[in-house]
Design a protein around this ligand. Sequence first.
Ligand code: ATP
Ligand code: MG
Length: 585
Amino acid sequence: MITRLSHLFLRTLRDDPADAEVPSHKLLVRAGYVRRVAPGVYSWLPLGLRVLRKVEDVVREEMNAIGAQEISLPALLPREPYETTKRWTEYGDGLFRLKDRKGQDYLLGPTHEELFALTVKGEYNSYKDLPVTLYQIQTKYRDEGRPRAGILRGREFIMKDSYSFDLDDEGLKNSYAAHRQAYQRIFDRLGVSYVIVAATSGAMGGSASEEFLADSPVGEDTYVICRESGYAANVEAVVTPAPAARPIEGLPAAVVHDTPDTATIATLVDWANGAGLAEQFGRPVTAADTLKNVIVKLRHPDGKTELLGIGVPGDREIDEKRLGASLEPAEVELLTEADFKENPFLVKGYIGPKALLENGVRYLVDPRVSTGSTWITGADEAGKHIVGLVAGRDFTPDGTIEAAEVRDGDPSPDGAGVLESARGIEIGHIFQLGRKYTDAFDVDVLGENGKPVRLTMGSYGVGVSRMVAVLAEQKHDEKGLRWPREVAPFDVHVVIANKDEGARSGAEALAAQLDAAGLEVLLDDRTASPGVKFKDAELLGMPLIVVVGRGYADGKVEIRDRFAGTAEEIPADTAVEAVVARVRG
Ligand code: ATP
Ligand code: MG
């Protein structure tokens, strides 16, 4: 069937929407692919829906190819299973919660580990049934704090989520590897440029996890990559190489100094260099010689709060995302004036490890604060610092924490070179979850030896609706959208660019032949001017545009290739063959 622009439910817009910042958002709205209904909630219009369905098809084919079976679970879910796993509360404000007429609690599913675990438990009871992988392509709901960039970060969005169930760790590794390959095939077919990075497991719990990030300057994920070794990791997952422990014997005793007005690292470093420490150190003192102690308040899922001290080298800021990921599921809050009043041992600007440890505040340090390292830090009295405080001798922290910022030039954890940062958009995520959910719901089957076996799970997601925005983001040019063949709403866009009856009937005939050859054809049969039609064709983004215009009288049509940027006049009677060859080629 030929789709005619004169009938298509489509209005293109000349101006960018006022709320749009990134190109994909602007273009998808201007080209009439999506329309905003509420923050992070969008309607799909015909062209957008066609792209979305094509992305779904690629995902579905590759999931089926690894033996995964498609099912569909509700988005409206009862509270109980999420209560069992504590995610009813741990999910925090991100969860859409609602009540039915009887006052029963429900939620709109943000991800479905609970329900898949229960579904498998409901149907299977023998080791012979395993392994099994189930998936769905379904609407998810998350009350995102910052819905952004149209469908890139929605509050309603479509995800392909799959879940593998295996008898043992070996099986889980295989299911994970199969997914990893399927994801590579999906993203390669879609033509996305991406990297695979090591990730933290976040609120999901569990161990091995990797993210697929599409390269994009507008991405919200920062990752680091070591060009020498190819090591790549989400910033949250970067492990700081800890220096080896150094000998403590012979190090001079720590000395408390009067350091008036040195509540900031910069003023402290100035004091140190002015006070002759540079001579003692044999080099200028820098912020990296100081130990900065930051106190935060943790709110645990059970509602309890706890003060936590974090020690980082003074030349580094705390990275909120890394800190948050390290402390999940607890939420991190800043201290209020009231907290300082309640804990008078916390002397702002002069906090040291001693007061924290003496007052029972848990104290975690950056891995660089290793045994035998020496620091200038607060002496827990206003206007006083201590110089030569040795980790492992003068204080023993409760452990280490990955909270300090990662910088370009930091050593790669694999020792192969240095890290460099880049930005990306998360398009897929694979996890070896393990038994967190099967433990919660006692998902056992009878093993070969007659004993129950607890299943182990993997969970895997692809952002299907987000992918539409990612492709728009990566492929567009200054004229408009440009869709890779695999997902373009139509294979070819035929433009009638002349009022003359010959051109019109020639274009109709050409469209009919292309259609008969099995191509999806969009025909611009409107009465608008050629200029308007060309602009729209470029905005809408079909990979091939065939112009039937003035040259038709001389037996010529023009083929424009949006990716190659070429425009070529060819004999009209070879046009079908030429277009088919390009689409299939
Ligand atoms: P992000 O870090 O971007 O918030 P996430 O880690 O919370 O994503 P997952 O729970 O891993 O997301 O979900 C699997 C996939 O679903 C993600 O890789 C992403 O592609 C997609 N996705 C997640 N949140 C959204 C959203 N708000 N809008 C559109 N797609 C999303
Ligand atoms: Mg994720």
